[in-house]
Ligand binder design. Structure first.
Ligand code: M6R
Length: 591
């Protein structure tokens, strides 16, 4: 989950590296560093903390590498920050070298001294020991000993104008931009200024030298590549571009839904018609927020298409009994398309004959390459670690997919298609409710814990609300099916304990109200979110928020917005930075 960048530029590369690191910062922000190769060798600056700590660093030289870190091995500190030096080598790494302890012990026994606690420094040492003037061969030889996952970019003191990079299970691209030729871990970090890019596949190497980018396979045979223009709307603005990214991205939900709907209308589903028509069951795999959208998909697909959906968090999918078979539909959801757990789940599902439909925000991601069919949502760049607009767009894509399934199975167009079109304006209306949410956040700023409840289609909203509050506001929150409250969680409810109920499904209003009554009778603070005048007027809740009315099945896309914003406001009330939540990073590319 670190971001890596390497540049061979026409002039000095320091500015281009720094700029790319600012755009990569969502991948990790506990330390950052740059190494520039100039006439007098390397100039290195690496510091604990955010990329802004490197702002005053400048070194002349056209070849360099940069890194923004999310610590796995070794605490965040100056010495554990990348780039790591060894002999003539400077290296940046994203991933985990799983056999690093054994390699380190071997190198130490042979006299090597380590300056950091990282697994990455082991690779730098191995490359340095293998280096005899041919950087590509040295990187190839060293990585032959590494187990785990890596994307590395390496430069050598006596090879100005050259970068060697390699990938195994961690994303890596190479391309040409305004500033020169680059390798990078992420498309969004370079999409805005990139001309053309190409992706490295697992086991491949990239060499930038003599003004050219060459790809090689695991035996160092040249690999021809198709270079393409990256999706321009993925171009990431850095988090200091004015205001918080999370707030900006919540405000972008209506536009993102509009773009996504237009893209879906233009999507040709014919290539996956057979799989959609024939599927007798569906496996939905995803992590975190994307998993919650899979829960919403389950609701629609089971109720309206009549196909059972097994939702599984991707990290658990591969450790469960392998039930996926030929003919099964596997729906994999991932904003980034690079989440390691989701990719592994998809690989396994494919091995077992499943047909994979991916829903992702990155049409050129690893997930899109693996899937049999990809639905690309058009949320635009999502930089804040907390997923917001991508969640709303995932729901839209997944419901659209369910509607297509229904069409292919029954040859009948469900009226969903027209209802889905109403989502953007309903989202706009919801955003206008934010002053009510400000008041709630203000009154709850000292709460130590809270529950989010919902039943049926509202359960995913409850879970997503709780996840947002945990990760952004650092407040313990649990998202529950409301019926579960009385089976244990009620024990914690006492005077002032906040309980948020989302109730948008008419047959369940009474049941939700019963749960709120249980909360109120123990002195808890109850907030109700519903589109139903009747449900609101008859409720005992302390606070009632009226949502715009849509067909009940689509309410999760709208009902989540006040909760996303509530988490953001709680975060500000508690003096935290919503774009840099503690211990987290945007794209989880390690298992
Ligand atoms: O890129 P992905 O959608 O695969 O990411 C999955 C999760 O890591 C992600 O949704 C995470 O839970 C978010 N930080 C939640 O806001």
């Amino acid at each position: 989950m670190c971001g890596i960048i390497g540049y061979v530029s026409e002039g000095d590369c320091c500015g281009a590296l720094f700029d790319a690191l600012r755009r990569l910062e969502y991948r990790g922000y506990d330390s950052a560093g740059i190494a520039v190769l100039g006439e007098k060798g390397f100039s290195v600056c690496k510091k604990q903390g955010g990329v802004s700590n490197l702002a005053s660093f400048y070194a002349a030289g056209n070849t360099g590498v940069g890194h923004t870190r999310w610590a796995t091995h070794g605490a965040p500190s100056d010495k554990n920050a990348h780039p790591h030096r060894a002999g003539k080598i400077a290296l940046v790494h994203n991933g985990i070298v799983e056999n690093y302890a054994a390699l380190k012990a071997e190198l130490e026994a042979d006299g090597e001294l380590f300056l950091s606690e990282t697994d990455s420094e082991v690779i730098a040492k191995l490359i340095s020991r293998a280096y005899r003037g041919d950087l590509l061969r040295a990187v190839h030889a060293a990585l032959g000993r590494a187990e785990g996952a890596y994307a590395v970019a390496v430069i050598a003191e006596d090879r100005p104008g050259e970068i060697v990079a390699a990938r195994y299970k961690s994303p890596l691209i190479a391309g040409c931009g305004r500033e020169g030729l680059f390798v990078c871990s992420d498309i969004p970090a370079v999409a805005a200024g990139a001309g053309y890019i190409a992706k490295a596949e697992d086991g491949e190497f990239v060499r930038i030298a003599d003004g050219e980018i060459c790809f090689y396979d695991r035996d160092l045979r040249p690999v021809p590549k198709v270079f393409f223009r990256p999706q321009a709307d993925l171009g990431a603005a850095p988090s200091d571009a004015g205001g918080y990214c999370m707030r900006r991205e919540i405000g972008e939900i209506p536009a993102a839904l509009r773009r996504t709907f237009c893209a879906l209308e233009k999507t040709d589903f014919a290539p996956c018609a057979r799989a959609l028509r024939g599927a007798k069951r569906i496996f939905a795999v995803a992590c975190g927020t994307a998993y919650h959208s899979a829960l919403a998909f389950r609701d629609a697909a089971e109720r309206d298409v009549g196909v059972p959906v097994l939702c599984c968090t991707a990290g658990e999918f591969r450790y469960r009994p392998p039930l996926t078979e030929r003919g099964d539909l596997v729906v994999a959801v991932s904003q980034s398309g690079e989440t390691a757990d989701t990719l592994e789940a998809v690989r396994l599902a494919k091995e077992r004959g499943g047909y994979v439909v991916a829903v992702t925000n990155a049409g050129c991601s690893s997930l899109a390459s693996l899937a049999d069919f990809t639905l690309v949502m058009r949320a635009g760049a999502e930089i804040a670690v907390a997923a917001t607009k991508s969640y709303n767009c995932q729901l839209l894509c997944l419901w659209y997919l369910a509607a297509e399934m229904l069409f292919f199975k029954r040859q009948k167009y469900p009226d969903w298609f027209s209802s889905l079109q109403k989502l953007p304006s309903a989202a706009e209306e919801t955003i206008s409710l934010f002053s009510e949410i400000d008041r709630i956040a203000d009154s709850l700023k000292d709460a130590a814990a809270m529950y989010f409840l919902g039943r049926g289609a509202d359960e995913c909203t409850a879970r997503e609300g709780a996840l947002k509050v945990k990760e952004i506001a650092c407040v313990f929150a649990e998202g529950l099916a409301a019926g579960e409250l009385k089976h244990g969680p009620l024990a914690l409810v006492r005077e002032g304990f906040p309980v948020f109920m989302t109730a948008t499904q008419p047959p369940l209003f009474k049941k939700c109200e019963n749960a709120l009554a249980e909360v109120r009778s123990r002195g808890g603070f109850a907030a109700l979110f519903s589109q139903s005048e009747e449900a609101l007027s008859q409720s005992c809740a302390d606070v009632k928020v009226r949502l715009p009315a849509l067909p009940a099945a689509l309410m999760p896309c709208i009902a989540v917005i006040p909760l996303q914003y509530f988490a953001y406001r709680m975060c500000l009330e508690r003096g935290l930075d919503p774009d840099k939540p503690k211990n987290l990073a945007k794209s989880v590319t390690v298992e």
